[in-house]
Write a protein that binds this ligand. Structure first.
Ligand SMILES: *Cc1c(COP(=O)(O)O)cnc(C)c1O
Length: 412
């Protein structure tokens, strides 16, 4: 099978007949624990000599199938699925960082990720340095011997900025620091972390993978790297496991102790989602570009941000990194907050909701929701204006989306 769509539907060749009853769908192993035929088998499972299943907080056949398909999808060395996108982020940073360490990131972050950095890990003595990642010199200036990672989202949400990933990856390579990308908006289908020297990829399965917001889940993908040798916390693991040092520490310690495992039922739903992922994304890319162009023609819409639009500031980078398939999010600017609210309230099909990369089109006013408790100055710094809306374009017939937007604009 050459094409990713066929692979995601059929799974790995050697797993096609692995089910005892030749079930065509991966069975849901709703069990906490597994039986061993002999005590020797139990011992081997615990020492790691065999990969037999022992306990579902550690591994489960349904979750393993999802991990295998995502690993294949992304060409990563290892894959670990966890209970949410946030669990993926917390597992990664708790594996990499100790008190006194710092990480470099941008101020343009998913709300809970920002809160995790500025509150949760901060209280353990880990500092997030909010750096201008659009300026390579600023990245260099902020790196010191305690810097354990550079972390970014692509594109940022809701600003839709495309960072120069190759330039940042070059700095990360020269300094021996892992580059971590949150690839939730694009997925490995639209942006290849493997080809862009990313060391750890994380994403929320809740969005594109689940397909239609059926369940919460998250993924950590690890690419082969020797950078682990430079991290004092992982140095001993590196001597033992080499390129696998980070994954071993994550899987053998942090993941088990945090306990944010993915439930088998959610893994099943996400396997179902994965089967139609490329079909859905292809359609959503067509719809999103069509809607972005349509919005540009509307007099009441002051600006439209979408990386695949020729006049967008992110266009050149979006073309280079995603071949112009710039995800499902459009940023649009109306006159002010009141206008945004009237427009949103007049929409009849497009939902007012916080999810995105969903089958349904959805719209949100970031300033009054995700960023409601930030000051006006902070919002300005984050480029969150009062007239900004974030539209996530769904799978519906594009004419229906246009009709709804047109009638809601006519109310203004
Ligand atoms: C949704 C999201 C997350 C968190 O994922 P959950 O599954 O909701 O925990 C992290 N990063 C980005 C970019 C997201 O959109």
């Amino acid at each position: 099978m050459q094409h990713i769509s066929s692979r995601l539907i059929h799974g790995l060749p050697d797993s096609q007949s692995s089910d005892l009853n030749r079930s065509l769908k991966t069975p849901i192993y709703e069990t906490a624990s597994f039986d061993f035929e002999t005590s020797e088998d139990a011992e081997k499972a615990f020492t790691g000599e065999s990969d037999a299943f022992a306990y579902s907080r550690i591994s489960n056949p349904t979750v393993t199938e999802l991990q295998n398909r995502l690993k294949w999808f992304s060409n990563a060395e290892q894959c670990l699925c966890v209970s949410s996108g946030m669990a993926a982020i917390s597992n990664v940073f708790l594996t990499l960082c100790s008190s006194g360490d710092n990480i470099l990131t941008s101020q343009y972050l998913f709300g809970n990720t920002l809160s995790f950095f500025s509150k949760t890990i901060r209280s353990f003595g880990i500092e997030a340095r909010y750096t201008n990642l659009e300026e390579p010199q600023s990245v260099l200036d902020n790196i010191d011997t305690n810097t354990r990672a550079i972390f970014l989202e692509l594109p940022t949400n809701p600003q839709l900025i495309y960072f120069d990933v190759p330039a940042i990856a070059k700095i990360a390579r020269e300094k021996g620091i892992p580059l971590i990308v949150d690839n939730t908006v694009l997925t490995p289908y639209l942006f290849s972390c493997k080809q862009n020297e990313v060391d750890i990829e994380i994403f929320s399965n809740t969005k594109f993978v689940s397909g239609g917001a059926t369940s919460i889940g998250g993924t950590v993908l690890v690419y082969g790297s020797d950078k682990w040798a430079n991290n004092p916390k992982l140095a001993a693991d590196y001597e033992k496991f080499g390129k696998d040092a980070f994954y071993k520490r994550l899987y053998k310690e942090i993941y088990r102790n945090i306990g944010a495992c993915l439930s088998p039922n959610n893994a099943y739903l996400q396997l179902l989602g994965l089967e139609t992922l490329t079909l859905r994304i292809d359609r959503i890319m067509e719809n999103t570009l069509g809607i972005a162009r349509f919005l540009q023609e509307q007099a009441l819409v002051q600006t439209v941000r979408y990386g695949a639009l020729e006049n967008d500031p992110g266009y050149a980078m979006a073309m280079q990194l995603t071949k112009g398939k710039a995800g499902c999010l459009i940023g649009l600017e109306l006159k002010d907050k009141a206008t945004c609210f009237r427009f949103m309230n007049a929409l009849q099909m497009v939902r007012r909701g916080t999810n995105f990369c969903d089958n349904k089109s959805m719209i949100l006013h970031p300033a009054s929701t995700i960023y409601w408790d930030f000051s006006r100055e902070d919002k300005q710094k984050m480029q969150i204006s009062e007239g900004m809306l974030r539209l996530s374009v769904g799978l519906e017939a594009i004419e229906d989306i246009k009709t709804d937007i047109r009638q809601a604009l006519s109310v203004l």
